[in-house]
Design a protein around this ligand. Structure first.
Ligand code: G6P
Ligand code: MG
Length: 239
């Protein structure tokens, strides 16, 4: 039976998935405009509805950039951590996107009140509860949202990098969270809005993989097709 709950951050607990998507679009549209000028081959702008969930959502910064560029048959060097946009490297693009993201996120973070209320209730009932995120901004987002004490275990993109965990759709970060909560994967439920996250939950053989879809029905269907046991549009599950 389920006695632990593992939540994704962006798009499940806080309303930050759309802030990430907006920052990705701003940076990539500048990049694609440059690419069009430099190669003479016209590049369509970044599409938030398609490119974000498919190539970036739930995935580490550098791997997400690689995925998106590969989808356009574009390749740039990895570069160095201190690179800027002008270097036209993966690190440089990532730093630019992160600057745009932090600029919006630091103006304030909205939480999903339904998720937070449900987590508090489950915690009072004795469930072990963790938050995981591919994002290196996880800690700051939780602080700004006032949620830094809500979770027993926190694992984010910084720890994932330090511990050499593979990014979703690999199950590594969820497995690490289950270990930290001291439960079997079959005893834990995973809550995810990202396609790569649902795939990761499935790959880790978790007891329950819940897709969280607050948008349109078609996005929810995608999560079911990727193996989510159920898809909810709000907490608690509206089955
Ligand atoms: C989450 C978001 C993605 C973001 C990734 C890395 O999975 O859904 O949009 O790209 O984290 O975030 P970071 O803040 O480290 O760039
Ligand atoms: Mg998410």
């Amino acid at each position: 039976h389920i006695r632990a709950l593992i939540f994704d951050l962006d798009g499940v607990v806080t309303q930050t998935a759309k802030l990430h998507a907006a920052a990705w679009k701003k940076m990539f549209d500048e990049f694609l405009q440059n690419a069009t000028q430099n190669t003479g081959k016209s590049q369509a702008p970044f599409n938030i509805e398609n490119d974000y969930p498919r190539y970036l959502d739930g995935i580490s910064r550098t791997e997400g950039i690689r995925n998106f560029l590969a989808s356009r048959n574009l390749k740039i060097p990895l570069g160095k951590p201190e690179d800027t946009f002008e270097n036209q490297t993966i690190w440089g693009l990532g730093n630019q996107k992160n600057a745009y993201y932090q600029e919006i996120m630091r103006q304030g973070v909205d939480v999903y009140e339904d998720t937070v209320a449900w987590i508090k209730q489950k915690r009072a009932e004795g469930f072990r509860i963790a938050i995981i995120s591919a994002s290196k901004n996880c800690r700051e987002v939780l602080r700004i949202a006032g949620l830094e004490t809500l979770f027993e275990v926190q694992l984010d993109g910084i720890e994932a990098e330090n511990r050499l965990l593979k990014t979703k759709p690999e199950p590594d970060i969820f497995l690490e969270a289950a270990k930290a909560l001291n439960v079997q994967t079959t005893e834990a439920a995973v809550f995810e809005d990202a396609r790569a996250g649902v795939q990761a939950g499935k790959a880790g053989k978790f007891g329950l993989v819940v897709g969280v879809n607050r948008k349109d029905a078609s996005a929810g269907k995608e999560l079911l097709e990727l193996g989510a046991d159920l898809v909810i549009t709000q907490f608690p599950a509206d089955e």
